[in-house]
Design a protein around this ligand. Structure first.
Ligand SMILES: Nc1ncnc2c1ncn2[C@@H]1O[C@H](COP(=O)(O)OP(=O)(O)O)[C@@H](O)[C@H]1O
Ligand SMILES: [Mg+2]
Length: 251
């Protein structure tokens, strides 16, 4: 398997607040990695560092051997924050089409028939076709989240970064999205931040826990020790003892 991302001795701080401490992680082509961890553990910060949106204090991130800010076009990204200005005048289809802009060259900002077909296919897949000409502000929280997942997929990137993509979604939509990600994983590398420790076990190939430091088992399995280190509370409280053995190693 090809190593595509290499994170080495990474430290990230916001002013004096050290948020990521000595992170080391290799990511291989077609990995499906879940990053778990408590709120404030640094999960979103790690994704932003991969996207080159943050200053690294020390250490390095290499994506196909290049720096993050040279590699942004390789990622499809679903941000966690709902800090988007929902009053911004943009329709659902235009949000998704904006994922196609990276393919435009020489100030040619016209979308092609192919761009529209890709956007509409995604809208259909995510049950949003009837909403395509609505203003983004007219959608519910879960629908908005789906629009941003569609936007990330419209970039047709080889690497997807998803920051709690199912946080506001109904259980059955959540399962559909995970099924779809699993299907995409045959072609794409997926890095998923989530709290759905139970659900993800059937989908992902590797799990790590992040709470300033990264807790990772070389087998890719989640272990009681990792959870305890990351969450600082007894494993039973987190895992409820019903995780499939494939993901939750002996503890
Ligand atoms: N833009 C920012 N400026 C200052 N501190 C931040 C900023 N973003 C996040 N933090 C802090 O960094 C820590 C990690 O945050 P975050 O990466 O969002 O964690 P998680 O996604 O795991 O909940 C938190 O203590 C948070 O308050
Ligand atoms: Mg976060």
């Amino acid at each position: 398997m090809n190593k595509i991302i290499e994170i080495k001795n990474l430290y990230v701080a916001y002013d004096d607040n050290l948020v990521l401490e000595n992170i080391n992680l290799d990511i291989y082509e077609k990995d499906f990695i879940a990053i778990l961890g408590p709120n404030g553990g640094g999960k979103s910060t790690l994704l932003k560092a991969l996207l080159g949106l943050l200053q690294i204090k020390t250490g390095s991130i290499k994506i196909y051997g290049k720096r993050p800010n040279e590699s942004r076009n390789l990622f499809g990204y679903v941000p966690q924050e709902n800090k988007f200005d929902w009053q911004f005048p943009i329709s659902v289809i235009d949000v998704i089409l904006s994922g196609r802009l990276k393919f435009k060259k020489n100030f040619n900002f016209f979308y092609s028939k192919n761009d529209f077909e890709i956007a509409e296919e995604l809208l259909k897949k995510f049950g949003l076709l009837d909403w395509k000409n609505k203003h983004i502000s007219e959608l519910s929280g879960g629908q908005k989240k789906r629009v941003f997942i569609c936007r990330a997929l419209a970039t047709e990137s080889d690497i997807l970064l998803l920051d709690e993509p199912t946080a506001e979604l109904d259980a059955h939509i959540e399962n559909c999205i995970y099924d779809f990600l699993k299907e995409l994983n045959s072609k794409k590398t997926i890095i998923l931040v989530t709290h759905d420790i139970g659900i993800i076990s059937g989908y992902v190939s590797k799990v790590c826990c992040l709470n300033k430091k990264l807790f990772y088992h070389h087998s890719g399995k989640i272990t009681g020790e990792m959870l305890q280190n990351a969450y600082h509370c007894p494993v039973d409280l987190i895992a409820h003892g019903n995780l499939p053995h494939r993901v939750l190693g002996d503890h």
